[in-house]
Design a protein around this ligand. Structure first.
Ligand code: MD3
Ligand code: FE
Length: 215
């Protein structure tokens, strides 16, 4: 529906992955270099770290954040916080180019008032996985989540609204953007263990940005 309405503007077809989820393959295009340059500046202020789960395990995904709010996990639980617990300083500002990319992707999927205030930055090395989970720490589930994949490809897993629902898989490659809204917003999802490889822009890793209206 929305893919037909907007494809003349973007010339990129939006594939509905599951109801409410729009896969925009290659949507990042030539902005990839700029995104990665800005990412380096963010990481100079808020470096990669492996957070603890409430259960005391160390996450294999390395993380950072930019924007007004950042997602954090520790023994006390999961939450959004306005300061980086490593420095006690505010998270780095969300670069305007990040914000513009997320908003234009959301608009193609029909969310024209999406104003992300949080960007969680995930880094996967060879073997890193993200177990099936739901994103439920945000205030308003009517707001979508926009994900941007950079570097090595990964197998994305998506289930249903119950943990025991069957799990489908699709590859997410460098430059792919997905808008997760409507009935897809609370689906279980995860990332299969990353296969070793080398990408010309990111080296041996995959980086994922998720834009959220969290607060
Ligand atoms: C479906 N990140 O940060 S991106 C996460 O590749 C997360 O780093 C994965 O799951 C990654 O929470 C997957 C795709 C994604 C992100 C958020 C979603 C899919 C989603 C929220 C709801 C439903
Ligand atoms: Fe998630």
């Amino acid at each position: 529906m929305h893919d037909d309405l907007f494809s003349h503007l973007t010339s990129i077809p939006a594939e509905p992955l599951v109801p409410g989820a729009y896969l925009l393959r290659g949507f990042v295009g030539q902005q990839d270099h700029q995104l990665l340059r800005e990412l380096q500046q963010i990481l100079a202020q808020a470096p990669w770290r492996h957070m603890q789960t409430p259960g005391g395990l160390t996450m294999s995904v390395a993380m950072s954040n930019c924007g007004k709010l950042g997602w954090v996990s520790d023994r006390r639980g999961y939450r959004y916080a306005s300061a980086d617990p490593l420095s006690s300083l505010p998270w780095p500002k969300m670069p305007p180019s990040f914000d513009a990319l997320a908003q234009s992707a959301a608009a193609i999927a029909g969310f024209d008032k999406f104003k992300p205030d949080a960007c969680l930055i995930n880094r996967y090395a060879s073997g890193t996985k993200l177990s099936l989970h739901q994103d439920k720490d945000e205030r308003d589930f009517a707001q979508p989540i926009v994900s941007v994949s950079l570097g090595l490809s990964a197998i994305f897993l998506f289930g249903g609204l119950n943990r025991s629902d069957p799990v489908l898989r699709t590859e997410l490659a460098h430059g792919d953007v997905v808008v997760w809204g409507g009935p897809s917003r609370l689906r279980y999802h995860g990332i299969a263990p990353l296969k070793p490889g080398e990408h010309p822009l990111t080296g041996r890793v995959r980086i994922n940005l998720t834009f959220r209206a969290a607060g």
